[in-house]
Design a protein. Structure first.
Length: 282
């Protein structure tokens, strides 16, 4: 659905490039995560891909066609959920959605049903000025999907949400993927990325440092071992994963001991990012 080759971008007046020779592809029906701290170039990349920033180097193909050649029909096929909600505060939630829906030629999803899905049906007729940040984020998300786009660009979609509403949002994103949507998600929340993404790219100072599935990245950069804590013990025992099946000491523990916990030492995505870049995710 999206192919990016040697993408670079420099903001006017800046000496250094914000994006440096990025290459990646996003398949149809895939959730692709762009992961990195603030200032790494995540949002800039999205702005290039949905044509907010146009003077870029390299090549971007959308469904096989050069991005620069696409006209207004392009915006019928994409939905954008910005990191900072862009809504009309004097209008109600429902009035906002009705207004934005009027921009599109195609069929529009049922507004009442969408508001119910994100837990805003009781506040549908409340002015957005009276909404909390989390409520604005959820309304912003609905705005992005109201015209049933093929491709979604989601920038920090769970930012400002409590755990309950964050899980609701992630469930909706999975349902959209199941319905055939392609999703490009940018975040610095590695837990969300691990739960949602089929593939991720780790972005650091405008450069992709690694790209793969979350599972493969965690296996590659984790320790190939398991830790076992026996009941009553205060210290865990570590066993190499490769020879676990033939490890006599490990087998003896399974037969004679009462195990409290046992877990592999795969890295988290955040630990992978730190190992690759040497920096924390902030």
């Amino acid at each position: 659905m999206l192919q990016v080759k040697n993408l670079s971008y420099r903001y006017p007046g800046n000496e250094k490039e914000t994006l440096k020779d990025l290459s990646f592809s996003i398949e149809k029906r895939q959730i692709f995560g762009f992961l990195g701290p603030s200032g790494s170039g995540k949002s800039t990349t999205q702005k290039v891909l949905y044509k907010l920033l146009t003077d870029f180097g390299g090549e971007v193909l959308f469904d096989g066609k050069a991005l620069q050649t696409l006209g207004r029909e392009f915006y019928e096929r994409i939905g954008v959920s910005f990191e900072l909600p862009n809504l009309y505060h004097k209008l109600t939630a429902k009035e906002n959605l009705q207004f934005f829906a009027s921009f599109y030629k195609g069929p529009i999803k049922n507004i009442d049903r969408l508001l119910e899905e994100v837990g805003l049906s009781a506040d549908a007729n409340k002015r957005v000025a009276d909404y909390s940040k989390g409520m604005k984020m959820r309304l912003n998300f609905v705005r992005a999907i109201i015209h049933d786009p093929d491709v979604l660009f989601l920038d920090e979609p769970t930012a400002g949400l409590d755990p309950v509403n964050g899980n609701i949002m992630k469930s909706i994103i999975r349902n959209l993927q199941a319905a055939g949507k392609t999703i490009f998600l940018t975040t610095h929340n590695m837990f969300d990325a691990d739960q949602l993404c089929d593939r991720v790219a780790l972005l650091h100072q405008g450069v992709i440092k690694a790209a793969d599935s979350p599972a493969q990245l965690k296996l590659k950069y984790g320790q190939k071992s398991v830790k076992v804590l026996m009941e009553g013990a205060t210290q865990e025992q570590v066993f190499p994963l490769e020879t676990l099946g033939a490890n006599v000491q490990f087998q003896q523990l399974l037969k004679t001991g009462s195990i409290s916990t046992i877990h592999s030492q795969e890295a988290s995505l955040e630990e992978v990012f730190i190992k690759i870049t040497g920096e924390q995710l902030l």
